[in-house]
Design a protein around this ligand. Structure first.
Ligand code: HEM
Length: 172
């Protein structure tokens, strides 16, 4: 992967996607992991998606949607394997939380994983959910060639957003 290393305390989302899948790819001659504009790589090697929009997220109830920029594209097996994770967002709700990405067609969205938000931490001016457990949603099994069953654990996600309401200039 080529990309700038981002500071792990930046607001955004850090995610390794699925470490066994990335090991599988790294052992495959000619495979590529391309980090897209808006994303980077953390010092720990996770993909980092910068924060795009928190205006649909309510800090008081800690519920709503948070959108991130960028993405990552994995390719292998001479192009037979193509997995894109683009423009992720998470929706947090007391009863269920999900990670949604752009559909592979580029139109519409796809629920990629269920999230178990667990506990949150206030770290200075940042609200953080460390190591959120993720499990593959049935709708997204096809992305991985149906190799993983629904509910398969993916890598944990760490999310950081500003702990105070955004100003107009912080939103795009
Ligand atoms: C040319 C056709 C393909 C061949 C010959 C092939 C072969 C294999 C083999 C041998 C494994 C087991 C690897 C191991 O145990 O270390 C594997 C795992 C896997 N393959 Fe493929 N594969 C092909 C296409 C694809 C495609 C198109 C995808 C789509 C994403 C895919 C996704 C996966 C995944 C997700 C795993 C499990 C990785 C893990 O978590 O351990 N494969 N494949």
């Amino acid at each position: 992967m080529t990309n700038e290393i981002v500071h792990s305390a930046d607001t955004g989302m850090a995610w390794g996607v699925k470490s066994s899948f990335r090991r599988y790819l790294s052992a495959m001659p000619g495979s590529q992991t391309e980090v897209q504009p808006g994303s980077g790589v953390t010092a720990a090697g996770d993909i980092f998606f910068t924060l795009a929009d928190v205006t649909s997220f309510d800090l008081g109830s800690r519920s709503g949607s948070i959108r991130f920029r960028g993405g990552v594209k994995f390719t292998g097996h001479s192009g037979l394997l193509q997995v894109s994770i683009m423009h992720p967002s998470i929706t947090i709700d007391a009863s269920s939380s999900v990670l949604v990405v752009e559909a592979p067609s580029g139109h519409g969205s796809l629920e990629l994983a269920a999230l178990d938000m667990g506990h949150h931490v206030i770290d200075g001016d940042v609200l953080m959910w460390p190591d959120v457990r993720t499990s593959l949603s049935e709708a997204a099994c096809f992305l991985f060639n149906d190799v993983y069953p629904p509910g398969e654990p993916l890598d944990p996600i760490t999310v950081r957003v500003p702990a105070a309401p955004p100003t107009a200039s912080a939103v795009s």
